[in-house]
Design a protein around this ligand. Structure first.
Ligand code: E4P
Length: 226
């Protein structure tokens, strides 16, 4: 499963990219507003930090303007994936931008039929929003199960299921169990993936016992120099 980070915060992106475990970045207009940065500058900078796909969303709702915006965004970096909403105009824009060789992420997907159409339009990624469905007492992960199952019936489809609106680590676990290709998550959720209190407790005990031995793995001079 690929891990994308869902943020426009450059500090978080730099920090998490340094782990070598981040495969891409997703942004949306709300995240850009939160970061308080010039949108195009931020996308250029993110593309230079993370080599994988960086989603940058159009803000027009009509096809012609979406295409014009998408072409501008695609030029910001070789790894830009233009994000379009799952509307009929967005699907038309997806099809056209894909024919020009641009990666496209079709976002705001809330049903299996929408996901089928995104794949038919040649989307590189489709983004079903699990958290927002859970928020209204629907089952977000059931939608992921439906989409993964449907796409598997048609092996020629290359669209990747990008699980979005992830709110906690168990969303990541459930998405991975279903075989979703990608999960995009806020930096805090990514950091929660590797944290465990028993790891911290066990490490503290090992280090305390090691100290009692009076030994060091590196030569003493090297330890002192560090
Ligand atoms: C990602 O592409 C989406 O924009 C994002 O995951 C939405 O998350 P939210 O529902 O927490 O705003």
């Amino acid at each position: 499963m690929k891990f994308f980070i869902d943020t426009a915060d450059i500090g978080d992106i730099r920090d998490l990219a340094s782990t070598g475990l981040i495969d891409g970045v997703t942004t949306n207009p709300s995240l850009v507003a939160k970061a308080g940065r010039d949108f195009k500058d931020a996308i250029r900078e993110i593309c230079g930090i993370v080599p994988g796909p960086v989603s940058a969303e159009v803000t027009a709702t009509d096809h012609a303007t979406q295409v014009a915006e998408g072409r501008v965004l695609a030029k910001l970096g070789k790894n830009v994936a233009v994000k379009v909403p799952l509307t009929v105009d967005g699907l038309k824009t997806c099809r056209l931008l894909r024919s020009e060789g641009t990666m496209v992420n079709v976002t705001l997907c809330f049903s299996p039929t929408q996901a089928l159409l995104a794949a038919k339009a040649g989307a590189t990624f489709v983004s079903p929003f699990v958290g927002r469905l859970d928020d209204i007492s629907e089952n977000g992960m059931a939608l992921i199960a439906d989409i993964v199952e449907i796409y598997r019936q048609y092996p020629h489809l290359k669209t990747e299921v990008l699980v979005a609106s992830i709110r906690h680590p168990m969303h990541v676990v459930a998405a991975a169990r279903l075989g979703a290709h990608v999960g995009t998550m806020p930096p805090g959720v990514f950091r929660a993936l590797y944290q465990h209190p028993l790891t911290d407790k066990g490490l503290a005990a090992f280090l305390a016992d090691w100290k009692k031995t009076g030994q060091s793995i590196l030569p003493p001079a090297k330890v002192a120099a560090e």
